[in-house]
Design a protein around this ligand. Structure first.
Ligand code: GDP
Length: 303
């Protein structure tokens, strides 16, 4: 995907958030210039875009420093300050993605329904288009539907899927998938896992066992562990990410359904509040609807 397509894909998915935020920021200026109570109005606009109170107040405190005085700036200048401060806030230095030429493993976690299976397939397709030979491990053996769905996506995208029988030990499917990655001509293994967060102890044991199996078969832990969260769940998805973090070492976040939601502000909280990198954004239901994340393009799309 060239830089223009990447820009278009990500910014278009943010259209709903942008429309909602732009309208709220525009309404701050209805009386002409910047009113004296602009901070409360800005806080409301940010919080209604699903940015937490804490992050909204951090944004306001940094924007405040730029404002020469109420009434004296235009809405365009105001937006410019806002863009600059949010960009600064989310341009933290994160290590580059740990998926290089060697045989890499990405572990995918997240609650069912957030778009996990679709994202595993889209991510596989993304790396396949970059020239990698991808294989998927369907380790959510609890849900027959998850296995079937991945098999269908595998056929659509031409990616091999290693599945197990219903209720087979997920770690044994992970073992088979890692063996295939090692023995055959594959570059990247993406492992889907179950998302039954309501049974935390069981899920923690299951994920720990999958990781042990990977360590044993590959001598290293997964190169990346991504949690999938759904933009339309707003701040609840931040809570989900925080809960998963107690179970497993998360190295990055993928936010799905950005295209259908006006709650794109959660990406700011993932980076600022959780201190985790956003690695990809789901921008629709087709295999190609995934975009790698760029703070610059995100802020341009947001405001
Ligand atoms: P899982 O239960 O977490 O594995 O979720 P699925 O992968 O089955 O996805 C649930 C629904 O969300 C499906 O209808 C997907 O097509 C849809 N979905 C997933 N990602 C996206 C996205 O980025 N945008 C949109 N609009 N829909 C998505």
């Amino acid at each position: 995907m060239n830089i223009f397509d990447k820009f278009k894909n990500l910014t278009e998915s943010l259209k709903k958030t942008k429309e909602s935020l732009a309208q709220k920021i525009g309404s701050i200026f209805t009386g002409g210039g910047l009113p004296p109570d602009y901070m409360e109005k800005l806080e409301e606009a940010l919080v209604l875009s699903d940015i937490s109170f804490q992050t909204a107040s951090d944004i306001i405190n940094s924007v405040k420093k730029d404002i020469p005085g109420a009434g004296s700036i235009t809405s365009g200048e105001f937006k410019g300050f806002l863009k600059r401060e949010i960009k600064k806030m989310i341009s933290k230095e994160f290590p580059p993605l740990n998926i290089d030429d060697k045989k890499g493993i990405i572990l995918i976690v997240g609650v069912n329904g957030v778009g996990k299976t679709t994202t595993v397939a889209k991510l596989g397709n993304f790396y396949k288009n970059k020239g990698k030979k991808v294989i998927v491990g369907a380790c959510d053996t609890f849900r027959a539907a998850a296995q079937e769905q991945l098999a269908i996506w595998g056929e659509r995208t031409g990616i091999e899927v290693v599945s197990g029988k219903e209720n087979q030990d997920p770690a044994s499917v992970a073992h088979d998938a890692v063996q295939k990655l090692k023995e055959k001509d594959f570059d990247l293994l993406i492992i889907d896992t179950a998302g039954r967060l309501h049974n935390k102890k069981h899920l923690m044991e299951e994920l720990a066992k999958i990781k042990r199996v990977i360590m044993k078969a590959n001598s290293t832990p997964p190169d990346e562990t991504f949690i999938i969260i759904d933009a339309s769940l707003g701040q609840n998805s931040i809570t989900q990410a925080a809960q998963f973090r107690e179970l497993v070492d998360i190295t990055g976040v993928i936010i799905t359904k950005m295209d259908g939601s006006a709650r794109g502000g959660i990406a700011i909280d993932v980076i600022h509040k959780l201190g985790l990198p956003v690695r990809f954004i789901g921008t629709g239901e087709k295999p190609e609807n995934i975009s790698d994340f760029s703070p610059e393009i995100f802020v341009e799309g947001l405001l």
